[in-house]
Design a protein around this ligand. Structure first.
Ligand code: KG4
Ligand code: ZN
Length: 336
């Protein structure tokens, strides 16, 4: 079964084709970073308009790269939420219209389910059950995964998401958008000098909080002369505190569930220091760490095509409604 996947939830237009037996056939992405960086963040209306411009050419490109005709496609998966309403509607209407024209089923995919299943596209995918740490620009979630659609929320951020904290820290340090990779690059020049808090690690539970860390960063910055070295040391302290906080909570989640497999996914899972900290912890815990290749940590069409394919294979059917849900808790999903 060939499934076309369309991702338009935020600032990246991602399109891919996944085949149930042959695996990933083609995937292309158009990033809107240059357009939004002028404004220091994502401008929702500009994002929607640009998705409209990019989505159909990317679909054509995917078909051509896979040497496929539209009649080869057996189903279409699209990101239905969470995300920006206007942006989601572009993917949803494109997918539903093409599905109608091509007379194939379309399926609404939860963006975080896409991220969570992204490691399944790698050579040694994790077996169920596992613990997943989903760290993106909008979400920080710890989930127990027993199968596709079987998600038990173990913990989440009570305020800012980890990616959001990276983005805000970048802004404070004058690094611009998108913050994560920029903070990470600057942190490489930083030295261990400041000790930042590890929020909510001194009490039981698996929830996160990152807004205090942001305030701490701001106060520390104001106490320095704001030289390049000061900023690099602050970036290093912030990243170390985030990595350690995430690691402490992941260790706790593994111990609490008794599971020995940990998946990390979402934009922040591209961070080298966070990966290294989690790898060290999982080795000590005699657990296995799984993550997607770098380009599938951030938003992409491949994870949506994969998730949609699994749901279509299980026989899931939907009506013709153009479904888009900007706020959509992952715990609302049902199993296949
Ligand atoms: O998953 P994603 O591409 O989009 C959302 O679903 O939100 O995640 C984007 C987030 C942004 O906040 C970005 O700053 C962060 O992931 N990010 C990183 C890195 N690369 C992207 N954060 C830390 N280190 C990175 N290398
Ligand atoms: Zn995402």
């Amino acid at each position: 079964m060939y499934v076309l996947g369309i991702e338009t939830s935020c600032d990246e237009t991602g399109v891919a084709i996944y085949h149930s037996e042959k695996g990933l056939i083609s995937d292309f992405l158009y990033s809107q970073i240059t357009m939004h960086s002028e404004y220091g963040g994502v401008v929702p209306e500009l994002a929607s308009r640009d998705h409209i411009r990019r989505v159909v050419p990317l679909i054509k490109q995917c078909l051509e790269a896979g040497n496929l005709k539209s009649s080869d496609i057996n189903g279409i998966a699209y990101t239905a939420g969470p995300g920006l309403m206007g942006a989601l509607l572009v993917g949803a209407t494109t997918a539903r219209s093409l599905a109608w024209t091509w007379q194939v089923p379309a399926i609404a995919v939860h963006h975080m389910e896409g991220h969570l299943l992204a490691p399944m596209l790698e050579e040694n995918p994790p077996a169920f059950p596992f613990v997943a740490l989903l760290v993106s620009g909008g979400h920080t979630l710890l989930v127990r995964v027993d199968g596709i659609g079987q998600y038990q929320l173990l913990g989440e951020s009570i305020d800012d998401a980890a990616g959001e904290a990276f983005d805000k820290t970048a802004k404070m340090l004058g690094l611009g958008y998108p913050g994560g990779p920029k903070v990470s690059a600057l942190a490489e020049q930083g030295k261990p000098r400041f000790k930042f808090p590890r929020p909510m690690t001194d009490r039981p539970g698996l929830d996160f909080s990152f807004s205090g860390l942001k305030t701490f960063t701001m106060n520390t910055l104001h106490e320095t002369e704001k030289t390049e070295q000061d900023k690099a040391d602050i970036a290093y302290a912030f990243q170390t505190a985030t990595a350690e906080t995430l690691t402490i909570k992941c260790r706790r989640a593994l111990q609490q569930t008794g599971l020995k497999r940990l998946v990390i996914a979402g934009g922040v899972s591209a961070n080298k220091q966070i990966r290294a900290a989690l790898l060290e912890m999982t080795e000590k815990e005699k657990a296995q760490l799984y993550f997607p290749r770098l380009k599938f940590c951030t938003d992409n069409g491949a994870m949506i095509a994969y998730a949609g394919c699994q749901r279509l294979l299980s026989g899931q059917q939907e009506n013709l409604e153009i479904f888009a849900k900007p706020r959509w808790p992952i715990s609302e999903l049902t199993g296949v």
